[in-house]
Design a protein around this ligand. Sequence first.
Ligand code: PFF
Length: 494
Amino acid sequence: MTETKKSQWNSNFAFMMAMIGSAVGLGNIWRFPKVLYTNGGGSFMIPYIVSLFLLGISFVLVEYAVGYRFKRSLARILFTISKKLEPVAWFILFTVFLITTYYVCVVGWDLIYIFLSFTKAWGANPDVFFTQNVLHATESMTGLFTIVPTVLASVIAIWFITWFIIKRDLNEGIGAVSKVLIPLLCVIVVIIVAFSLTLPGASVGYSQIFTPDWSALTNLDVWLAAFGQIVFSLSLGMAIAMTYASYLPEGSKLVDNAMIVAFSNSGFEVFNSIGTFSILGFMAVTTAIPFNELVTSGSGLAFVVFPQVFNIMGDAAYVIGPLFFICILFAGITSIIALLEGFCYSISEKFLIERKKTATVVCIVGCLISAIFTTAAGSTILDIADAFLNNFALLFAVFLECIIFGWIYKFDNLIETLNEHSRIKVGKTWKVVIKYILPVCIAGLWLEGVLTTINNNNELSSTVMLILTAIVIIVPIILAKLPAINKDYYNVEN
Ligand code: PFF
C-alpha cells in the first residue's frame, strides 16, 4: 500500500459488512446481556437508545467525516492538523493494537472450545475445566514462565488467520471475508435464538429483559453503563470507522451508512441477548439455580455457564454448542482485522511499507505479545490489561478525538463533508454533542473507571498498569519521532 496505490472499497456492501464486522464482536455476545440485566432490564433500553443516537452515532459520524475528507491514515491526519498531534495518533493506534493482542487470545480460547464442544469434552465441571485444564491458570507471577501449549497453538492459529486476511488487498481480504462471515453469523444467531425460544423455561429468561425496573433510570451509573456499552460495542475511538471510511469512493452516503451500521450492531446485540436469556432461563428452571447467579459476562458466560447449559441440553447441544462457539469466532475475527487496519495503514503510509510486509510484521509482533497471555498467569494479566486499556486508555483516546476534531480542527468542514451526498443531514445539534456533551459523558465514564480501579487495586495490578502506562506513552512517542520515509506524509495540504 503506497501513496500511488490507494485502497478503495469496490462496493458499498463490502464497506458496510466490514463496518458491521468491526462493531459486532465479543462485546455484543457476552458483554451486553450482563450490562442489560444489571442495569434495569427492559428500562435499560431507554438510556441505551439515547446513548446510541445522541453519542454513538454522533461519534461514528465524526470518524466517517474525518476519514472520508482526509483519505489518509490517522497518523497522517493528525500530523496534517498539527505536527504536535502525531504522538496522539500513535497513542490511539498502539492502544488499540495492545487491546488486539489479548482480544486474539480470548478468540483463541474460543477456538479450543469449538473443538471441545463436539464431544462436550469439558465434562461435568466446566468451571474447573476452564481454569485448570484449559488455562492452567495461576495467580502467581511465576506462572509467566509457563507457556500453555494448547492456548499458544490456538493463539498462533488466530494470528495466522488474521495475517492471511489482512495481508491481501482490501477487497480480497477484509471485504471478501466480511461479506461471507457477517451474513453467516446472522444465520447462525437466528438458528440459536429460534432454538433457544423452544426450550422449557425460555420465557423465564427473556421476560427478565423485558421487565423494566424504572427506578434504574434515575441512577447515573445506569446511564454511564449504557454509554459505556455503546462505546465498546460500536468500537468508538479506535480509528476503525475513520480508516474504513478513508477507503470510500467519492459520492458515498456517509450518514445513511453510519445509521445502518449502528442499527445493525445494536439490533444484533439485542436480538442475540434474547437467545442468551432464554438459554439461561432454561438452565434456571431445570437446575433450580437462581437466575441472577447465572447471568455473568465475559469468559465466565461463554466458557463456564454455556458449557453447563450444554451439559443438560441433551443431544441438541452437539449442534448448538459448536454453532455458539463458531459464532464467537466469526464475530471475533471480523473485529480483529478491523482493530489492526488503522495501525497497519498508518505504518504503511508513514514508512512506505507495502501492505503485505506491514501485516506480516504487525502480526508477528502481535503474536509475540499475545504469548504473554498464553502463560499460566496470562488470564490474570489479561484482566488487568483489559481494565486498564479499555477503561483508561481507550476512553482517553475518545476524549482526545472529541477535543481534536471538535475544538482544534475546523468542525464546520466535517458538517460540509457529511451533508454533501447524504439524504439525512447533520447540523448544529451534532456540533453541540461533539463539542460539549460527548466530552463530558466520556469524562464521567473515565472518572468512574478510575474510582473503581483505585478501589479494587492491588500490588500486582498497580505494577502491570504502571508498566502499561509507560509503554503506551513511550512507544507512540518513538513512532511519531521516527522520520517518515514517505515524503508525501509531510504534505499538510487538505
Ligand atoms: N466492538 C467489538 C466488540 O464489541 O467486541 C470490538 C471491540 C471493542 C474490541 C472494544 C475490543 C474493544 F476493546
